[in-house]
Design a protein around this ligand. Structure first.
Ligand code: IVH
Length: 712
């Protein structure tokens, strides 16, 4: 009997191995045809049977599971980069309402604009505002031809291959459909799918994700379609762009047609004739929020009559005919059971509240940040009282809140419920991990004591060492696949990797050692081999990632990029930092004069390299890895050293592209206008920044002039 027809139970190990190889190839072929070419040659049921057989064999012979196992990979090809798609109709955003009064004002504004008196009928739809990312699906003759992300509203990315892997997105629409219709809606991930994905990531030692929305966005914008396909994404249709003709003349009518065509629409969408109706629906949705399968952050109201929508039009980037009524930040009351001190990478002692678990907006919260010593004592970062000076004590009943994706915070305390025997919290003055003194420095800028207390045992403190390692391998640093925070901690405790340089000698030491990684708990032949391969793959790394990975105080990604551009090579950077110890040197002078690098950052850099131990690790690291030289900054253009602000909508380039362009020309870009700004490039819809620029007398040019000046 051939391997293919042998029952899983009867396969020999050699047969199983051959079968797994065959299935991997066959399934990936079908994936390619289905996801990338949209031309499947077998039915879904046949495909599922192949996948099940593969899984069953892997379950019987776990050691034979292949690195390219189809159980881990679903989907088609890998793209080089996303193509750009210019939206025929711009993808706009919504204005916000934060109170019932704001909603009433909105309805009034609409009436006034349309010259409708208070009695005239005016209907609105109300529906949840899905916390995901918007996607435009272009159907021509009922067939999906392009899927594009919002991008900057004018130009998005072509993610068609990825969108095709989403079950809620039909490849063809049913029934009588206009020749051209661009359906718009929201891609999202359910709360439970998100939790499940994070559990898996954690089990595999990979980075976990912050929230369903970011995960959905990250999953959709994958160049490897297989990754998107493996993520459980969903889609609600709620709007449209370019079309050859609409099937109805009301908002609700069109959305009902969407449903008939096979798209998924939100069941909580309803039409109302009065503001009271809208608000009642808002309250209903709010009360069901925690039980909904997906995250929402408000309720969207839209004028139902499309001819009125047409008349209302847009103000800058949002329609006059719609508004998002946002939910307030969510709060809950619980008991502060304990305060734990965590020691960070730079020695900061961070207090964490251990809470009696409580549900806030559908998420169980059992930890919250307490920021620092002063925050617990009721003192703000400006030295002024917060919570009217009320301190926080273990045993207190506290209110916590969570807004969007931020870490939960402790907001206030109920003194009437404070236990009689409670004592003020005493913040430790020694490091709870290494016992070194923990001190508060005087902040040079304010002359006040820094609110953060730091462990002074930088070189001997294991907590700092572990945190430095975690930072080194983190997503924006070396980002080593399969070497996450969990592995960093485990390797450190097992004395396998005590510093970043040792990551790169792990394989050689493993080969020479008796106790091999593959024999350790949680590791096997394949996973150890995968890890070594992932480490190898990172020996070449962008210079800014290398600099950021060192974990120098005040050197985040932004500063790391500046330093990489200025110093160009790793050697140049290290030599300059070592020379800059001498404050009379040219090296120091150059360093403090870099735009964006002030004396505090400069001092932190110099201190880091002046520490023998650090310098030695950096040298060892440079013996192992090869940072790629950064693109040199032009220093001789009309823009070098200038600070430029882009504002309003740009038609010919995306905001990111504009920034990159300016930076290549040696300029710095900023998000807001200040006295330091040299030039403002303003597109249509520019508002407060433009006003500020004219108040400050800063030169303002439009996009065309920008292109003229840069000579394109
Ligand atoms: S209507 C012209 N309806 O919210 C505006 N948007 O803040 C068309 N969103 O970019 C958008 N749920 O990504 C609309 N039910 C809903 C929505 C919704 C979520 C998002 C959308 C938009 C953003 C605006």
């Amino acid at each position: 009997m051939s391997d293919e027809t042998t029952a899983v139970e009867e396969l020999s190990s050699a047969q199983a191995e051959r079968e797994l190889a065959r299935l991997a190839m066959e399934i990936s072929g079908h994936d390619q045809r289905y996801h990338t070419e949209d031309a499947p040659v077998i039915s879904d049921a046949e495909y599922d049977a192949l996948k099940r057989r593969n899984l069953a064999i892997e379950a019987r012979f776990p050691d034979l599971k292949r690195a390219d196992s189809p159980s881990d990979r679903v989907g088609g090809g890998v793209l080089e980069k996303f193509e750009k798609v210019t939206h025929k109709v711009a993808m706009l955003s919504l204005d916000n309402a934060f109170s019932e009064e704001d909603v009433r004002d909105f309805v009034e504004r609409v009436r006034r604009f349309l010259k409708l008196d208070t009695k005239a009928p005016l209907a609105f739809t109300a529906e949840p505002k899905i916390d995901g990312l918007s996607l435009a699906l272009r159907y021509e003759e009922g067939r999906l031809v392009t899927a594009a992300t919002r991008g900057d509203g004018t130009v998005g990315e072509n993610v068609t291959a990825n969108a095709r892997t989403i079950g809620d997105i039909p490849h063809t629409l049913k029934g009588s459909v206009p020749d051209v219709i661009e359906v718009r809606g929201e891609v999202y991930m359910t709360k439970s799918d998100f939790a499940e994905l994070n559990r898996r990531q954690e089990a595999e030692g990979k980075q976990t994700y912050v929230n369903p929305r970011n995960t959905a966005a990250g999953s959709l914008r994958q160049l490897d379609t297989a990754i998107t396909a493996s993520r459980p994404l969903k889609f609600f249709a709620y709007a449209w762009g370019d079309t050859s003709g609409l099937p109805a003349d009301t908002q609700l009518g069109v959305v009902e047609c969407f449903a008939e065509w096979g798209l998924v629409v939100n069941p909580l969408m309803k039409r109302f004739d009065t503001v009271e109706g809208l608000i009642e629906h808002y309250r209903l949705i709010e009360s069901e929020r925690a039980e909904l399968a997906y995250d929402i952050d408000g309720v969207v109201y839209k004028v139902d009559d499309l001819s009125l929508q047409q008349r209302l039009g847009f103000v800058s980037r949002s329609p006059r005919w719609a508004i998002a009524h946002k939910f307030p930040a969510e709060k809950a009351t619980t008991v502060l059971k304990d305060i734990e001190i965590q020691v960070g990478r730079t020695g900061a002692l961070s207090p964490v509240a251990r809470l009696e678990p409580v549900t806030v907006g559908g998420v169980v919260v059992s930890n919250a940040t307490l920021h620092n010593e002063d925050y617990i004592a009721g003192i703000g970062s400006d030295g002024q009282p917060i919570r009217e000076g009320r301190d926080l004590r273990i045993g207190d009943t506290v209110t916590i809140y969570r807004a969007g994706d931020v870490i939960p915070k402790v907001m206030d305390v109920d003194l009437s419920r404070r236990p009689k025997d409670s004592m003020p919290y005493v913040f430790p003055e020694t490091c709870p991990v290494c016992g070194s003194p923990a001190t508060r420095e005087v902040n040079e800028k304010t002359g006040r004591m820094d609110s953060v207390r730091r462990c002074t045992g930088s070189l001997i403190c294991p907590a700092q060492a572990v945190e430095k390692l975690k930072h080194f391998v983190s997503r924006n640093a070396f980002d080593i696949d399969g070497f996450g925070a969990k592995q960093a901690e485990a390797f450190y405790l097992a004395d396998l990797v005590k510093n970043p340089a040792e990551i790169f000698t792990l394989e050689a030491r493993d080969a020479a050692s008796m106790t091999k990684l593959k024999n350790r708990d949680g590791w096997g032949e394949q996973s150890a081999a995968n890890l070594f391969a992932a480490i190898e793959a990172r020996r070449e790394i962008d210079l800014h990632r290398f600099i950021y990975a060192l974990g120098i105080r005040h050197v985040g990604e932004g500063n790391a990029k500046i330093l990489a551009r200025v110093y160009h090579s790793a050697r140049g950077f290290v030599d300059a930092m070592e020379a800059a110890v001498d404050h009379d040197s040219e090296a120091w002078n150059d360093l403090v004069n870099i735009d964006g690098i002030g004396p505090i950052v400069a001092q932190a850099l110099v201190e880091f390299f002046a520490e023998q131990h650090n310098a030695a690790i950096v040298e060892r690291l440079l013996g192992e890895v090869r940072p790629r030289d950064a693109e040199q900054v032009a220093t001789d253009t009309a823009f070098s050293g200038k600070t430029i602000v882009f504002t309003g909508s740009l038609e010919r380039m995306s905001r990111d592209e504009a920034k990159a362009m300016a930076e290549r020309l040696g300029a710095k870009t900023a998000g807001s206008v200040s006295k330091k700004t040299d030039l403002v490039v303003a597109g249509p819809g520019a508002g407060s920044k433009l006003k500020k620029a004219s108040e400050l007398g800063i030169e303002v040019i439009d996009e065309d002039e920008w292109f003229t000046r840069i000579g394109e």
